[in-house]
Design a protein around this ligand. Structure first.
Ligand SMILES: NC(=O)c1ccc[n+]([C@@H]2O[C@H](COP(=O)([O-])OP(=O)(O)OC[C@H]3O[C@@H](n4cnc5c(N)ncnc54)[C@H](O)[C@@H]3O)[C@@H](O)[C@H]2O)c1
Length: 277
């Protein structure tokens, strides 16, 4: 893809799914990559693919919830490559459970990774992105950052928060005259390991839920998702919707306002049971 040659891009959660596909597509497009994950096995596979392409790559184990480590990592990447142009705050986890029966710690864990991980990455890299004179922050939210469903309150909260944070950042960069573009990404169902890596409240079978996700909800390949995201980045889109499902659902929410809740609630409830009362 045009527009990425010579850029240095940081991708978190690059050991699987969308992050891996983004890293590989960026490498093919001539970018240098800083890839990280807590899944070091998957990360090694991504590194191998990037080396085969001939893309410059630096590989590190990084937990996005560890703020001090993230700050040190940003400096190390800037030092290693001499600049940083783009960060894809992509690492994420999922959890299923109604609020009534979920533990505080389960909700906090999702916020830690899916929201605070994005805040940590954005703030750690922002000075370097500004200094590069050609920066771009790409934060991965979800369609669940556009509407809520039963059983996904923690994930919904984190992904709505990512959207709010990122939309404010875009305006801030523009008003301040900083050379940093900002894009929020809302994928629909993507065929990745997200549901298989997910946890669920006691009484729900996470493996069963993953089967339902893989069979009925995941429709777009990670490779296609990466292409759509990078096309949006290239065009400096404020918002990128990934997949026909995301576009249709977004339209329904915009047409119905809060009325979508009466439509989506019962449908989702049939797919995702409530768990232990
Ligand atoms: N798959 C979908 O349908 C879908 C839909 C909307 C949004 N998303 C979002 O896309 C992003 C990528 O997810 P995916 O579908 O590729 O899932 P995935 O499970 O295949 O990949 C996520 C990666 O993030 C890593 N990760 C998890 N916690 C981490 C942490 N604390 N620090 C560093 N890395 C960590 C995992 O090890 C994994 O390699 C996530 O933010 C997810 O919420 C996915």
């Amino acid at each position: 893809m045009q527009g990425f040659a010579g850029k240095i891009a940081v991708v978190t959660g690059a050991g699987s799914g969308i992050g891996q596909a983004l890293a590989v597509e960026l490498g093919r497009s001539g970018a240098g990559l800083a890839i990280s994950d807590v899944n070091t096995e998957g990360l090694a596979q991504t590194e191998e693919q990037l080396k085969a392409i001939g893309a410059p790559v630096k590989t590190d184990r990084l937990d996005v919830t560890e703020r001090e480590a993230f700050l040190a990592y940003a400096d190390a990447i800037n030092e290693h490559f001499g600049k940083v142009n783009q960060i894809y705050n992509n690492a994420g986890i999922a959890f299923t459970g109604d609020i009534e029966v979920s533990q505080f710690k389960d909700i906090e864990r999702v916020m830690d990774v899916d929201f605070w991980g994005v805040v940590n990455g954005t703030k750690a890299f922002l000075p370097h992105l500004i200094a590069s004179g050609d920066g771009h922050v790409i934060n991965i939210s979800s369609v669940f950052g556009l509407f809520s469903v039963p059983g996904q309150a923690a994930y919904n909260a984190a992904k709505f928060a990512v959207r709010g944070f990122t939309e404010a950042l875009r305006q801030e960069m523009w008003v301040a005259g900083h050379p940093v573009k900002v894009t929020t990404v809302h994928p629909g169902g993507i065929k990745t390991a997200i549901a298989r890596n997910a946890t669920a409240v006691e009484g729900l079978d996470a493996a069963e839920l993953a089967k339902v996700f893989d069979k009925k909800m995941a429709s777009t390949t990670p490779e296609k998702a990466a292409q759509v995201i990078l096309e949006g980045v290239r065009k400096n889109k404020a918002r990128v919707l990934v997949g026909t499902d995301a576009k249709v659902l977004d339209a329904v929410v915009r047409l119905t306002g809060p009325g979508y809740q009466r439509l989506f609630g019962p449908i989702t409830r049939r797919l995702v049971p409530r768990g232990k009362p």
